[in-house]
Design a protein. Structure first.
Length: 249
């Protein structure tokens, strides 16, 4: 039997983008998707949009939360699928057949991953992320930056632990590393699998997010190696910015 995929979308007051995200999930050709919506008690009409699709959704929760990763933990606790994918409001699964292609790429992986295309607030493409997905991915692959985005990674639910709420902006980095450390089979789909809307919480709180990432990388990679690696990150960022006049993080 084909694996069941739990797709979890968290949203708060994003009536502009939520329907676009939902349709990218609901219009998938892959038949076995459990779609979970976690809304933070929106007041701008977001919940009304969600409720228009309620018959097609597995679970809808609308209540106050303690932040983005608390909301994600709620979704994770409700998921029953073999795999989990987080597709937050404003982002999209890349194409209608993406999930089908991901699971057809190789049987029974612990993690599947792919590339992400970046989009601005007018939903105009900014191209591929600066951090391209590595040919081979493991828990050490983030040492030069988060080269697989949160929206572009499908993780076996049995490997997923709750997000660590001590991190307010970069808990997804820690979460992915922990899952990757337990994984034995990680598959590069060699596909674009997600569209990412720039300007989320981690971008709005960019400095705080970078400080958290530095703490996380230090925890896993060590202080001295992390300092050296950040020198490489800064050099690569400078080269990219000179060439493209943007960072595409």
């Amino acid at each position: 039997m084909q694996p069941l995929l739990s797709v979890i979308t968290i949203v708060y007051n994003n009536v502009r983008d939520i329907e676009r995200t939902m349709c990218s999930v609901l219009n998938q050709t892959y038949p076995r998707i459990e779609y979970i919506l976690i809304d933070g008690a929106s007041t701008d009409g977001t919940l009304e949009v969600i409720n228009r699709y309620k018959e097609e959704l597995a679970v809808v929760v609308s209540e106050k939360d303690k932040g983005i990763y608390d909301a994600m933990n709620k979704g994770l606790a409700l998921a029953t699928g073999d795999y989990v994918l987080f597709m937050n409001s404003g982002d999209e699964i890349y194409a209608p057949d993406t999930v089908e292609q991901v699971f057809n790429s190789s049987p029974d992986a612990d993690i599947y991953y792919g590339e992400t295309e970046m989009y601005n607030q007018n939903w105009e493409s900014l191209g591929q992320r600066r951090h391209q997905a590595p040919e081979i991915f493991n828990w050490k692959s983030f040492k030069y930056g988060m080269n697989v985005s949160h929206q572009a990674i499908y993780i076996k639910r049995s490997l997923c632990e709750p997000y660590d709420l001590q991190y307010h902006y970069s808990a997804d980095v820690d979460w992915i590393i922990r899952a990757a450390k337990k994984s034995k089979k990680i598959v590069n789909t060699h596909l674009y699998v997600a569209k990412y809307l720039v300007g989320g919480v981690s971008k709005q709180k960019h400095l705080a997010s970078l400080k958290e990432r530095f703490r996380i990388f230090t925890k896993y990679y060590g202080v001295i190696p992390n300092l050296i690696n950040h020198g490489v990150i800064a050099l690569n960022l400078g080269k990219y910015f000179v060439k493209h006049r943007r960072t595409n993080d």
